[in-house]
Design a protein around this ligand. Structure first.
Ligand SMILES: *Cc1c(COP(=O)(O)O)cnc(C)c1O
Length: 357
């Protein structure tokens, strides 16, 4: 049976990326050696990291004066690394969910954190609006896509101060005005590569302004100077990231990724909005994520949720169970997910509805 992969992360990658990664594990560039058993300083791997960086900059539109880094540690390490490198006294944070909260917790170790707004009052089911970012803070931090709750901020918020953003789960699915940010980071395992590599975009002239001493490995300057090769980087995930970036470029870049994301999300949200038994968890269409689409059963059908999960699983749907803090269902529709998979889920929902009403 064909599987439709709605996993939240690690998650679906383009089939050709998986195949080419598998090939490089067997024989890298016809060298007779696996990519797993060569030096990261080998010229053929240097070419990989150079291409990954160049494609990342080209596709996202990263201006001069910025560096793109490929590091270890996950987005979770960036929760502390970003404030360590950019927070002198005070920073402003928007609290839109679990990942924002974790970022806030780490930042508090390095200075004062002003929470400009929060949607915690209603299980983070909306994006706060009309908040004010103070002018006397070092930066404003937000999470562009809330993977767990299914909300997303695609337009850069108006900010009087430089911006830092966790773009783990919607990178390369919509355009980004990179010049408004001093730092953009994310774990690669949602939209870019297998787990193990973290992408970080930093504005070079924003570095070196904090008063604290920073341990070498946690100082972005170390990795800017070392070209992400200060120590052994996550070689294989970087190779796959390069392949995914090639794939994005070949498909037509961010414009095409955005068109596809919109097409998938429109199809699924329409089915949820029109359903007699399902309902979306995010009411305001402006706040709805295109990457993680969350829905539950209406109160009068609530007890049917386990039945639908079984029904969907039997028809090849993978990873549609909602996060435990939201319940219901979550279909993660990352860049590599074909429209056919969303159509299959919609067909499955409609078929289930017919058996119940
Ligand atoms: C998955 C995720 C993280 C955590 O990433 P790790 O690489 O596991 O540390 C952080 N932020 C967001 C928005 C995520 O989706």
């Amino acid at each position: 049976m064909k599987k439709h992969n709605f996993n939240a992360g690690p998650s679906i990658l383009p089939r050709e990326v998986i195949e080419q990664t598998a090939q490089a594990i067997l024989d890298f560039n016809g060298s007779g050696l696996s990519i797993l058993e060569i030096s990261h300083r080998h010229k053929d791997f240097q070419a990989v990291i150079d291409e990954a960086e160049a494609l990342f900059k080209e596709i996202l539109g990263v201006p001069e004066g910025y560096s793109v880094l490929f590091l270890g540690g996950g987005a979770s390490l960036e929760f502390c690394m970003a404030p360590m490198n950019f927070l002198n006294k005070r920073a402003a944070y928007l609290n839109t969910g679990v990942w924002s909260k974790k970022a806030i917790k780490e930042a508090k170790q390095f200075g004062e954190v002003i929470e400009v707004a929060s949607s915690a009052d209603t299980t983070f089911n909306y994006i706060p609006k009309g908040f004010t970012i103070p002018k006397d803070v070092d930066y404003f931090h937000y999470t562009s896509n809330n993977t767990i709750y299914g909300t997303e901020i695609r337009e850069t918020p108006d900010s009087p101060v430089p911006i830092i953003c966790d773009m783990s789960s919607d990178i390369f699915s919509h355009p980004v005005e990179v010049e408004k940010y001093i730092c953009i980071y994310g774990g690669a395992q949602k939209n870019l590569a297998p787990a193990g590599v973290t992408f970080v975009v930093v504005r070079n002239d924003a570095l070196g302004k904090v008063e604290r001493t920073i341990p070498t490995m946690l100082d972005y300057r170390t990795h800017v100077e070392g070209g992400s090769m200060f120590n052994t980087p996550p070689v294989l995930p970087i190779y796959s990231a390069m392949l995914t970036l090639r794939w994005i470029k070949k498909c037509g870049g961010i414009a095409e990724m955005e068109r596809r994301a919109k097409e998938r999300a429109d199809l699924l949200y329409k089915a949820i909005d029109e359903s007699p038994i399902f309902r979306p968890t995010i009411a305001d269409p402006r706040d709805r994520s295109r990457m993680n689409i969350c829905f539950v059963m209406k109160d009068e059908y609530k007890e049917l949720e386990p039945d639908f999960l079984k029904f969907a699983t039997e028809r090849g749907m993978v990873g549609v169970k909602g996060h435990r803090s939201v319940g219901g269902f979550r279909a993660s529709c990352y860049n590599a997910l074909p429209l056919e998979s969303v159509q299959a889920l919609v067909d499955c929902m409609k078929e289930f509805e017919k058996t119940k009403i």
